[in-house]
Design a protein. Sequence first.
Length: 540
Amino acid sequence: MSTTSPSSPAPGNAPRARALASAPVSQAMPAQPAPAQPAAEEEAAEEEVASSGLGSGFFNKMTSSLVSFVVHFVVLVIMALMVVPPPPDNSKSIAVNSAPTPKEEKVEEFEEEKVELNLDQTVSTEQTNIVAQVATEMTEAVETPSPAMDVDAAPISVELSDFGEQTAPKNDLMATIGSFTGTGVAGRGEAARGAMVAKAGGNDASEAAVAAALEWLANHQMPDGGWNYDHRVGPCNARCNHAGTLTDCRTGATAQALLPFLGAGQTHKTGKYKKNVEAGLYFLTQQMKVKTQMGLQCGDLAQGGGSMYSHGMAAIVLCEAYAMTHDKGLMMPAQLSLNHIVYAQDPVGGGWRYGVRTPGDTSVVGWQLMALKSGHMAYLQVPPGTIVGANKFLDSVMSDYAYYGYTDPGRGQATTAIGMLCRMYLGWKKDHPGIEKGIEYLSKTGPSPGNMYYNYYATQCMRHYEGEHWDKWNVKMRDSLVKSQEKDGHMKGSWAMKGDHGTERGGRLYCTSMATMILEVYYRHMPIYGKNAAEDEFPL
Protein backbone atom coordinates (compact mmCIF):
# COMPACT_ATOMS: atom_id res chain seq x y z
CA MET A 1 0.00 0.00 0.00
CA SER A 2 1.37 3.39 -0.90
CA THR A 3 0.10 6.72 0.43
CA THR A 4 1.12 10.29 -0.16
CA SER A 5 3.77 12.05 1.90
CA PRO A 6 4.65 15.74 2.25
CA SER A 7 6.48 17.15 -0.74
CA SER A 8 10.25 16.75 -0.69
CA PRO A 9 12.69 19.69 -0.82
CA ALA A 10 14.59 20.56 -3.96
CA PRO A 11 17.56 18.30 -4.79
CA GLY A 12 20.81 19.21 -3.14
CA ASN A 13 21.98 19.25 0.42
CA ALA A 14 18.86 18.53 2.41
CA PRO A 15 18.78 19.94 5.95
CA ARG A 16 19.25 17.47 8.79
CA ALA A 17 16.15 16.35 10.66
CA ARG A 18 17.49 16.24 14.20
CA ALA A 19 15.44 18.43 16.55
CA LEU A 20 12.59 16.23 17.77
CA ALA A 21 9.41 18.17 17.36
CA SER A 22 7.61 15.75 19.61
CA ALA A 23 9.94 15.94 22.58
CA PRO A 24 8.46 17.68 25.61
CA VAL A 25 11.92 18.87 26.65
CA SER A 26 12.92 20.86 23.58
CA GLN A 27 11.61 23.37 21.08
CA ALA A 28 10.89 22.23 17.55
CA MET A 29 12.84 23.84 14.73
CA PRO A 30 10.64 25.86 12.32
CA ALA A 31 9.81 24.11 9.12
CA GLN A 32 11.74 25.18 6.05
CA PRO A 33 9.31 25.59 3.11
CA ALA A 34 10.27 23.75 -0.05
CA PRO A 35 11.14 26.08 -2.98
CA ALA A 36 8.42 26.46 -5.58
CA GLN A 37 8.99 24.38 -8.70
CA PRO A 38 8.62 26.17 -12.09
CA ALA A 39 6.14 24.74 -14.55
CA ALA A 40 8.44 23.71 -17.40
CA GLU A 41 5.59 23.14 -19.81
CA GLU A 42 4.22 26.65 -19.21
CA GLU A 43 7.62 28.23 -19.87
CA ALA A 44 8.03 26.20 -23.05
CA ALA A 45 4.61 27.30 -24.29
CA GLU A 46 5.40 30.96 -23.62
CA GLU A 47 8.71 30.70 -25.48
CA GLU A 48 6.97 29.04 -28.42
CA VAL A 49 4.48 31.91 -28.72
CA ALA A 50 7.19 34.55 -28.34
CA SER A 51 9.21 33.06 -31.22
CA SER A 52 6.34 32.14 -33.55
CA GLY A 53 6.79 35.11 -35.94
CA LEU A 54 3.27 36.55 -35.47
CA GLY A 55 4.33 40.20 -35.67
CA SER A 56 2.21 43.34 -35.48
CA GLY A 57 2.30 43.91 -39.28
CA PHE A 58 0.39 40.76 -39.89
CA PHE A 59 -2.40 41.77 -37.51
CA ASN A 60 -2.66 45.29 -39.00
CA LYS A 61 -3.78 43.78 -42.32
CA MET A 62 -6.61 41.81 -40.73
CA THR A 63 -10.11 42.86 -39.89
CA SER A 64 -10.92 43.29 -36.23
CA SER A 65 -13.12 40.19 -36.14
CA LEU A 66 -10.45 38.01 -37.67
CA VAL A 67 -7.92 39.39 -35.23
CA SER A 68 -10.26 38.57 -32.36
CA PHE A 69 -10.74 35.05 -33.67
CA VAL A 70 -7.02 34.42 -34.04
CA VAL A 71 -6.23 35.84 -30.59
CA HIS A 72 -8.85 33.65 -28.92
CA PHE A 73 -7.67 30.63 -30.87
CA VAL A 74 -4.06 31.15 -29.77
CA VAL A 75 -5.15 31.58 -26.15
CA LEU A 76 -7.09 28.32 -26.30
CA VAL A 77 -4.10 26.52 -27.78
CA ILE A 78 -1.83 27.86 -25.03
CA MET A 79 -4.29 26.81 -22.33
CA ALA A 80 -4.47 23.34 -23.84
CA LEU A 81 -0.71 23.04 -23.75
CA MET A 82 -0.39 24.21 -20.18
CA VAL A 83 -0.08 21.44 -17.53
CA VAL A 84 -1.38 22.58 -14.20
CA PRO A 85 0.15 20.58 -11.33
CA PRO A 86 -2.34 19.13 -8.87
CA PRO A 87 -2.56 20.83 -5.48
CA PRO A 88 -0.18 19.38 -2.91
CA ASP A 89 -1.55 16.80 -0.54
CA ASN A 90 -0.72 17.94 2.96
CA SER A 91 -1.92 14.78 4.61
CA LYS A 92 0.39 13.33 7.25
CA SER A 93 0.81 9.81 5.99
CA ILE A 94 3.93 7.75 5.55
CA ALA A 95 4.93 6.35 2.18
CA VAL A 96 5.51 2.62 2.51
CA ASN A 97 5.69 -0.34 0.19
CA SER A 98 3.18 -3.05 0.84
CA ALA A 99 4.65 -6.47 1.38
CA PRO A 100 4.13 -8.86 -1.55
CA THR A 101 2.02 -11.94 -1.14
CA PRO A 102 3.90 -15.21 -0.80
CA LYS A 103 3.19 -15.97 -4.48
CA GLU A 104 4.96 -12.76 -5.53
CA GLU A 105 8.04 -13.26 -3.37
CA LYS A 106 11.32 -13.47 -5.23
CA VAL A 107 13.43 -15.71 -3.08
CA GLU A 108 16.16 -15.67 -5.73
CA GLU A 109 17.35 -12.26 -4.50
CA PHE A 110 18.40 -13.93 -1.25
CA GLU A 111 20.42 -16.51 -3.14
CA GLU A 112 22.82 -14.13 -4.89
CA GLU A 113 25.49 -15.11 -2.36
CA LYS A 114 25.53 -18.73 -1.25
CA VAL A 115 25.16 -19.14 2.48
CA GLU A 116 27.17 -22.07 3.73
CA LEU A 117 24.85 -22.66 6.67
CA ASN A 118 21.75 -24.82 6.63
CA LEU A 119 19.38 -21.93 7.23
CA ASP A 120 16.31 -24.12 6.89
CA GLN A 121 17.02 -25.39 10.40
CA THR A 122 17.59 -21.98 11.91
CA VAL A 123 15.57 -19.30 10.17
CA SER A 124 12.03 -19.27 8.86
CA THR A 125 12.12 -17.80 5.34
CA GLU A 126 8.41 -17.25 4.97
CA GLN A 127 8.86 -13.52 5.47
CA THR A 128 10.72 -11.59 2.80
CA ASN A 129 10.62 -7.87 2.21
CA ILE A 130 9.80 -7.65 5.91
CA VAL A 131 10.65 -4.03 6.51
CA ALA A 132 7.92 -2.84 4.18
CA GLN A 133 5.40 -5.06 5.95
CA VAL A 134 6.56 -3.85 9.35
CA ALA A 135 6.16 -0.22 8.31
CA THR A 136 2.64 -0.93 7.05
CA GLU A 137 1.62 -2.82 10.19
CA MET A 138 3.04 -0.19 12.51
CA THR A 139 1.37 2.64 10.59
CA GLU A 140 -1.98 0.93 11.08
CA ALA A 141 -1.35 0.13 14.76
CA VAL A 142 -0.07 3.46 16.07
CA GLU A 143 -2.53 5.67 17.88
CA THR A 144 -2.98 9.11 16.35
CA PRO A 145 -1.58 11.73 18.74
CA SER A 146 -1.59 15.49 18.43
CA PRO A 147 0.18 16.82 15.31
CA ALA A 148 3.01 18.20 17.43
CA MET A 149 3.80 14.73 18.71
CA ASP A 150 3.55 12.80 15.42
CA VAL A 151 6.81 11.07 14.51
CA ASP A 152 6.29 11.72 10.82
CA ALA A 153 5.79 15.44 11.43
CA ALA A 154 9.48 16.17 11.00
CA PRO A 155 10.73 19.75 11.30
CA ILE A 156 11.37 19.79 7.54
CA SER A 157 9.17 18.72 4.67
CA VAL A 158 10.72 15.49 3.44
CA GLU A 159 9.33 12.59 1.42
CA LEU A 160 9.96 9.68 3.76
CA SER A 161 10.65 7.31 0.90
CA ASP A 162 13.66 9.45 -0.01
CA PHE A 163 14.55 10.52 3.53
CA GLY A 164 17.69 8.44 3.91
CA GLU A 165 19.09 9.34 0.50
CA GLN A 166 18.60 13.07 1.04
CA THR A 167 19.90 13.33 4.57
CA ALA A 168 22.52 10.59 4.82
CA PRO A 169 24.04 9.71 1.43
CA LYS A 170 25.28 6.14 1.20
CA ASN A 171 28.82 7.20 0.42
CA ASP A 172 28.84 9.01 3.75
CA LEU A 173 28.21 5.81 5.64
CA MET A 174 29.66 2.80 3.91
CA ALA A 175 32.08 3.84 1.19
CA THR A 176 35.34 5.49 2.10
CA ILE A 177 37.51 5.91 5.15
CA GLY A 178 37.15 9.31 6.73
CA SER A 179 34.07 10.36 4.79
CA PHE A 180 31.98 10.07 7.94
CA THR A 181 34.51 9.82 10.70
CA GLY A 182 34.02 10.18 14.42
CA THR A 183 30.80 8.25 14.85
CA GLY A 184 30.20 6.88 11.36
CA VAL A 185 30.18 3.31 10.16
CA ALA A 186 32.23 3.87 7.02
CA GLY A 187 34.85 1.36 8.15
CA ARG A 188 32.35 -1.51 7.87
CA GLY A 189 32.29 -1.34 4.08
CA GLU A 190 34.33 -3.88 2.15
CA ALA A 191 36.61 -1.24 0.63
CA ALA A 192 37.52 0.25 3.99
CA ARG A 193 37.51 -2.71 6.34
CA GLY A 194 40.81 -4.28 5.31
CA ALA A 195 42.62 -0.96 5.43
CA MET A 196 41.15 -0.15 8.84
CA VAL A 197 42.19 -3.53 10.26
CA ALA A 198 45.77 -3.08 9.09
CA LYS A 199 45.98 0.53 10.21
CA ALA A 200 44.39 0.14 13.64
CA GLY A 201 46.07 -3.06 14.83
CA GLY A 202 43.94 -5.98 13.74
CA ASN A 203 45.30 -9.01 11.89
CA ASP A 204 44.26 -12.12 10.01
CA ALA A 205 43.75 -14.02 13.25
CA SER A 206 41.36 -11.42 14.67
CA GLU A 207 39.37 -11.34 11.43
CA ALA A 208 39.19 -15.14 11.35
CA ALA A 209 37.88 -15.06 14.91
CA VAL A 210 35.13 -12.62 13.89
CA ALA A 211 34.14 -14.84 10.96
CA ALA A 212 33.95 -17.92 13.20
CA ALA A 213 31.88 -16.03 15.78
CA LEU A 214 29.34 -14.91 13.18
CA GLU A 215 28.95 -18.49 12.03
CA TRP A 216 28.31 -19.66 15.60
CA LEU A 217 25.74 -16.91 16.11
CA ALA A 218 23.98 -17.80 12.85
CA ASN A 219 23.88 -21.47 13.83
CA HIS A 220 22.15 -20.59 17.11
CA GLN A 221 19.36 -18.46 15.66
CA MET A 222 15.86 -19.67 16.52
CA PRO A 223 13.31 -20.64 13.84
CA ASP A 224 11.29 -17.49 14.65
CA GLY A 225 14.26 -15.29 13.68
CA GLY A 226 15.27 -14.29 17.20
CA TRP A 227 17.88 -15.54 19.64
CA ASN A 228 17.75 -16.75 23.23
CA TYR A 229 20.32 -16.32 25.99
CA ASP A 230 19.66 -19.98 26.72
CA HIS A 231 21.29 -21.00 23.45
CA ARG A 232 20.68 -24.71 24.15
CA VAL A 233 17.13 -24.52 22.84
CA GLY A 234 16.50 -24.57 19.13
CA PRO A 235 19.12 -25.84 16.66
CA CYS A 236 21.84 -26.21 19.32
CA ASN A 237 20.07 -29.09 21.07
CA ALA A 238 22.17 -28.46 24.19
CA ARG A 239 25.46 -29.22 22.45
CA CYS A 240 26.99 -26.02 23.92
CA ASN A 241 27.40 -25.42 27.64
CA HIS A 242 27.42 -22.18 29.66
CA ALA A 243 23.83 -21.18 28.85
CA GLY A 244 22.41 -17.90 30.11
CA THR A 245 19.52 -17.58 32.55
CA LEU A 246 17.62 -14.64 30.98
CA THR A 247 15.35 -16.88 28.95
CA ASP A 248 12.50 -14.35 28.84
CA CYS A 249 14.64 -11.53 27.42
CA ARG A 250 14.42 -12.42 23.74
CA THR A 251 14.78 -8.85 22.46
CA GLY A 252 18.00 -8.38 24.39
CA ALA A 253 19.44 -11.67 23.14
CA THR A 254 18.41 -10.92 19.57
CA ALA A 255 19.90 -7.43 19.68
CA GLN A 256 23.17 -8.73 21.10
CA ALA A 257 23.36 -11.33 18.35
CA LEU A 258 22.61 -8.83 15.57
CA LEU A 259 25.09 -6.16 16.68
CA PRO A 260 28.17 -8.19 15.63
CA PHE A 261 26.63 -8.87 12.20
CA LEU A 262 26.03 -5.16 11.65
CA GLY A 263 29.49 -4.39 12.99
CA ALA A 264 30.97 -6.61 10.29
CA GLY A 265 28.98 -4.85 7.55
CA GLN A 266 26.30 -7.56 7.28
CA THR A 267 22.79 -6.16 6.71
CA HIS A 268 19.45 -7.49 5.54
CA LYS A 269 20.32 -6.19 2.08
CA THR A 270 23.85 -7.46 1.53
CA GLY A 271 26.26 -10.02 2.90
CA LYS A 272 26.55 -13.73 3.55
CA TYR A 273 24.16 -13.56 6.51
CA LYS A 274 21.52 -11.22 5.10
CA LYS A 275 18.75 -13.79 5.64
CA ASN A 276 19.74 -14.11 9.29
CA VAL A 277 19.85 -10.34 9.76
CA GLU A 278 16.50 -9.84 8.05
CA ALA A 279 14.82 -12.49 10.17
CA GLY A 280 16.32 -10.95 13.30
CA LEU A 281 15.14 -7.45 12.41
CA TYR A 282 11.67 -8.78 11.71
CA PHE A 283 11.60 -10.53 15.08
CA LEU A 284 12.59 -7.32 16.88
CA THR A 285 10.00 -5.17 15.17
CA GLN A 286 7.30 -7.74 15.90
CA GLN A 287 8.16 -7.56 19.61
CA MET A 288 7.87 -3.76 19.73
CA LYS A 289 4.97 -2.49 21.85
CA VAL A 290 3.78 0.78 20.30
CA LYS A 291 1.84 3.20 22.47
CA THR A 292 1.49 6.92 23.12
CA GLN A 293 3.21 8.12 26.29
CA MET A 294 2.61 11.71 27.39
CA GLY A 295 1.62 12.59 23.83
CA LEU A 296 4.71 10.95 22.32
CA GLN A 297 4.53 7.88 20.09
CA CYS A 298 6.90 5.30 21.59
CA GLY A 299 8.06 1.81 20.66
CA ASP A 300 9.01 -0.25 23.73
CA LEU A 301 11.42 -3.15 23.22
CA ALA A 302 12.14 -3.86 26.90
CA GLN A 303 11.51 -7.47 27.78
CA GLY A 304 11.87 -9.74 30.78
CA GLY A 305 14.82 -9.19 33.09
CA GLY A 306 16.56 -7.12 30.44
CA SER A 307 14.29 -4.08 30.90
CA MET A 308 15.88 -0.90 29.51
CA TYR A 309 19.11 -2.80 28.85
CA SER A 310 17.39 -4.83 26.15
CA HIS A 311 15.59 -1.78 24.80
CA GLY A 312 18.79 0.22 24.44
CA MET A 313 20.59 -2.55 22.57
CA ALA A 314 17.61 -3.18 20.29
CA ALA A 315 17.35 0.54 19.53
CA ILE A 316 21.02 0.56 18.50
CA VAL A 317 20.33 -2.33 16.12
CA LEU A 318 17.38 -0.59 14.44
CA CYS A 319 19.22 2.72 14.10
CA GLU A 320 22.38 1.13 12.73
CA ALA A 321 20.45 -1.04 10.27
CA TYR A 322 18.60 2.04 9.04
CA ALA A 323 21.82 4.09 8.80
CA MET A 324 23.60 1.37 6.83
CA THR A 325 20.81 0.59 4.34
CA HIS A 326 18.56 3.67 4.20
CA ASP A 327 15.64 1.24 4.17
CA LYS A 328 12.61 3.48 4.65
CA GLY A 329 10.72 0.63 6.32
CA LEU A 330 13.12 0.80 9.26
CA MET A 331 12.79 4.53 9.81
CA MET A 332 9.61 4.42 11.90
CA PRO A 333 10.64 1.49 14.16
CA ALA A 334 14.02 3.16 14.75
CA GLN A 335 12.48 6.53 15.56
CA LEU A 336 9.86 4.99 17.84
CA SER A 337 12.60 3.19 19.76
CA LEU A 338 14.41 6.50 20.27
CA ASN A 339 11.18 8.14 21.38
CA HIS A 340 10.79 5.51 24.10
CA ILE A 341 14.27 6.35 25.37
CA VAL A 342 13.30 10.03 25.46
CA TYR A 343 10.13 9.19 27.41
CA ALA A 344 11.87 6.75 29.79
CA GLN A 345 14.52 9.25 30.90
CA ASP A 346 14.46 10.28 34.56
CA PRO A 347 12.94 13.79 34.40
CA VAL A 348 14.89 14.87 37.49
CA GLY A 349 18.34 13.32 37.31
CA GLY A 350 18.56 12.78 33.55
CA GLY A 351 19.56 9.10 33.67
CA TRP A 352 17.97 5.75 32.86
CA ARG A 353 17.56 2.54 34.81
CA TYR A 354 15.60 -0.72 34.57
CA GLY A 355 12.17 0.92 34.63
CA VAL A 356 11.01 4.11 32.96
CA ARG A 357 11.41 7.59 34.49
CA THR A 358 13.33 6.37 37.54
CA PRO A 359 16.71 7.52 38.93
CA GLY A 360 19.42 6.24 36.62
CA ASP A 361 22.57 4.15 36.82
CA THR A 362 25.67 4.47 34.66
CA SER A 363 25.41 0.98 33.18
CA VAL A 364 21.94 1.47 31.69
CA VAL A 365 22.78 5.04 30.67
CA GLY A 366 25.63 3.77 28.49
CA TRP A 367 23.33 1.72 26.23
CA GLN A 368 20.70 4.46 25.95
CA LEU A 369 23.26 7.10 25.05
CA MET A 370 24.84 4.83 22.44
CA ALA A 371 21.38 4.30 20.95
CA LEU A 372 20.75 8.04 20.82
CA LYS A 373 24.13 8.51 19.17
CA SER A 374 23.32 5.83 16.60
CA GLY A 375 20.04 7.61 15.89
CA HIS A 376 21.84 10.92 15.56
CA MET A 377 24.29 9.27 13.16
CA ALA A 378 21.31 8.03 11.11
CA TYR A 379 19.85 11.57 11.00
CA LEU A 380 16.87 10.59 13.09
CA GLN A 381 15.34 12.99 15.60
CA VAL A 382 17.16 13.33 18.91
CA PRO A 383 16.01 16.17 21.20
CA PRO A 384 18.76 18.36 22.68
CA GLY A 385 17.06 18.34 26.09
CA THR A 386 17.55 14.59 26.40
CA ILE A 387 21.30 14.98 25.83
CA VAL A 388 21.48 17.80 28.36
CA GLY A 389 19.83 15.47 30.87
CA ALA A 390 22.35 12.70 30.15
CA ASN A 391 25.21 15.11 30.77
CA LYS A 392 23.58 16.11 34.04
CA PHE A 393 23.45 12.50 35.17
CA LEU A 394 27.10 11.89 34.30
CA ASP A 395 28.04 14.95 36.33
CA SER A 396 26.21 13.47 39.31
CA VAL A 397 28.21 10.20 39.31
CA MET A 398 31.60 11.68 38.36
CA SER A 399 34.52 12.10 40.72
CA ASP A 400 37.70 14.06 40.01
CA TYR A 401 36.55 14.64 36.41
CA ALA A 402 37.81 11.22 35.36
CA TYR A 403 36.10 8.45 37.35
CA TYR A 404 32.47 7.34 37.46
CA GLY A 405 30.35 5.39 39.89
CA TYR A 406 27.14 3.41 39.47
CA THR A 407 24.49 5.67 40.99
CA ASP A 408 26.79 7.98 42.97
CA PRO A 409 30.31 9.34 42.49
CA GLY A 410 32.81 6.49 42.49
CA ARG A 411 35.77 4.82 40.78
CA GLY A 412 34.40 1.57 39.36
CA GLN A 413 36.33 0.08 36.46
CA ALA A 414 33.39 -0.69 34.18
CA THR A 415 31.43 2.42 35.13
CA THR A 416 34.50 4.61 34.56
CA ALA A 417 34.94 3.13 31.08
CA ILE A 418 31.25 3.71 30.33
CA GLY A 419 31.34 7.28 31.61
CA MET A 420 34.49 8.01 29.63
CA LEU A 421 33.02 6.74 26.37
CA CYS A 422 29.84 8.74 26.94
CA ARG A 423 31.88 11.90 27.51
CA MET A 424 33.79 11.28 24.29
CA TYR A 425 30.55 11.02 22.33
CA LEU A 426 29.16 14.07 24.11
CA GLY A 427 32.01 16.24 22.88
CA TRP A 428 34.84 16.18 25.41
CA LYS A 429 38.06 16.81 23.49
CA LYS A 430 41.09 14.56 23.51
CA ASP A 431 43.10 17.02 25.59
CA HIS A 432 40.37 17.43 28.22
CA PRO A 433 41.96 16.74 31.64
CA GLY A 434 39.19 14.28 32.45
CA ILE A 435 39.81 12.30 29.26
CA GLU A 436 43.58 12.23 29.73
CA LYS A 437 43.32 11.17 33.37
CA GLY A 438 40.70 8.53 32.60
CA ILE A 439 42.79 7.03 29.80
CA GLU A 440 45.77 6.79 32.14
CA TYR A 441 43.58 4.94 34.65
CA LEU A 442 42.25 2.47 32.07
CA SER A 443 45.71 1.90 30.62
CA LYS A 444 47.15 1.17 34.04
CA THR A 445 44.27 -1.19 34.87
CA GLY A 446 44.56 -3.04 31.55
CA PRO A 447 42.15 -5.56 30.00
CA SER A 448 40.30 -7.95 32.30
CA PRO A 449 40.55 -11.73 31.79
CA GLY A 450 36.82 -12.19 32.37
CA ASN A 451 34.91 -8.91 32.75
CA MET A 452 33.67 -8.49 29.19
CA TYR A 453 31.45 -5.55 30.07
CA TYR A 454 34.46 -3.53 31.22
CA ASN A 455 36.56 -4.75 28.27
CA TYR A 456 33.88 -3.74 25.76
CA TYR A 457 33.65 -0.12 26.89
CA ALA A 458 37.32 0.32 27.81
CA THR A 459 38.48 -1.01 24.43
CA GLN A 460 36.34 1.57 22.64
CA CYS A 461 37.77 4.35 24.80
CA MET A 462 41.33 3.29 24.07
CA ARG A 463 40.62 2.87 20.34
CA HIS A 464 39.19 6.37 20.06
CA TYR A 465 42.11 7.84 21.99
CA GLU A 466 44.70 5.95 19.90
CA GLY A 467 48.45 6.37 20.41
CA GLU A 468 50.74 4.33 22.65
CA HIS A 469 48.01 3.56 25.17
CA TRP A 470 45.90 1.96 22.45
CA ASP A 471 48.78 0.01 20.92
CA LYS A 472 49.64 -1.52 24.28
CA TRP A 473 46.00 -2.29 25.13
CA ASN A 474 45.16 -3.71 21.72
CA VAL A 475 47.88 -6.34 21.58
CA LYS A 476 46.91 -7.78 24.95
CA MET A 477 43.14 -7.60 24.37
CA ARG A 478 43.21 -8.91 20.79
CA ASP A 479 45.54 -11.83 21.40
CA SER A 480 43.77 -12.98 24.56
CA LEU A 481 40.42 -13.14 22.76
CA VAL A 482 41.82 -14.95 19.74
CA LYS A 483 43.49 -17.49 22.02
CA SER A 484 40.46 -18.10 24.26
CA GLN A 485 37.92 -18.62 21.45
CA GLU A 486 36.57 -22.17 21.03
CA LYS A 487 38.35 -23.87 18.14
CA ASP A 488 36.51 -27.19 17.69
CA GLY A 489 33.11 -28.84 17.70
CA HIS A 490 29.71 -27.24 17.86
CA MET A 491 31.03 -24.49 20.16
CA LYS A 492 33.63 -23.40 17.58
CA GLY A 493 33.71 -19.61 17.23
CA SER A 494 32.16 -18.83 20.63
CA TRP A 495 33.45 -17.71 24.02
CA ALA A 496 32.46 -18.41 27.61
CA MET A 497 34.00 -16.36 30.42
CA LYS A 498 33.24 -15.69 34.05
CA GLY A 499 33.85 -12.24 35.39
CA ASP A 500 30.74 -10.03 35.36
CA HIS A 501 27.00 -10.33 35.89
CA GLY A 502 26.38 -10.54 32.16
CA THR A 503 28.51 -13.62 31.65
CA GLU A 504 26.22 -15.59 33.96
CA ARG A 505 22.85 -14.16 32.96
CA GLY A 506 23.64 -13.85 29.26
CA GLY A 507 25.82 -16.93 29.04
CA ARG A 508 27.76 -17.98 25.96
CA LEU A 509 25.70 -15.78 23.64
CA TYR A 510 26.48 -12.67 25.69
CA CYS A 511 30.20 -13.49 25.88
CA THR A 512 30.40 -14.21 22.15
CA SER A 513 28.63 -10.99 21.24
CA MET A 514 30.82 -8.81 23.43
CA ALA A 515 34.06 -10.50 22.36
CA THR A 516 33.16 -10.21 18.69
CA MET A 517 32.34 -6.52 18.95
CA ILE A 518 35.66 -5.94 20.71
CA LEU A 519 37.47 -7.60 17.79
CA GLU A 520 35.45 -5.44 15.37
CA VAL A 521 36.63 -2.26 17.11
CA TYR A 522 39.06 -1.49 14.28
CA TYR A 523 36.24 -0.66 11.88
CA ARG A 524 32.94 -0.83 13.78
CA HIS A 525 33.08 2.90 14.55
CA MET A 526 35.45 5.47 13.12
CA PRO A 527 37.81 7.00 15.71
CA ILE A 528 36.38 10.13 17.31
CA TYR A 529 39.73 11.89 17.56
CA GLY A 530 41.12 10.84 14.16
CA LYS A 531 42.85 13.58 12.20
CA ASN A 532 40.11 13.44 9.56
CA ALA A 533 37.28 13.22 12.08
CA ALA A 534 34.33 15.44 11.33
CA GLU A 535 32.64 17.47 14.03
CA ASP A 536 29.35 15.72 14.51
CA GLU A 537 28.48 16.19 18.14
CA PHE A 538 25.06 15.92 19.70
CA PRO A 539 22.89 19.04 19.36
CA LEU A 540 22.88 20.92 22.65
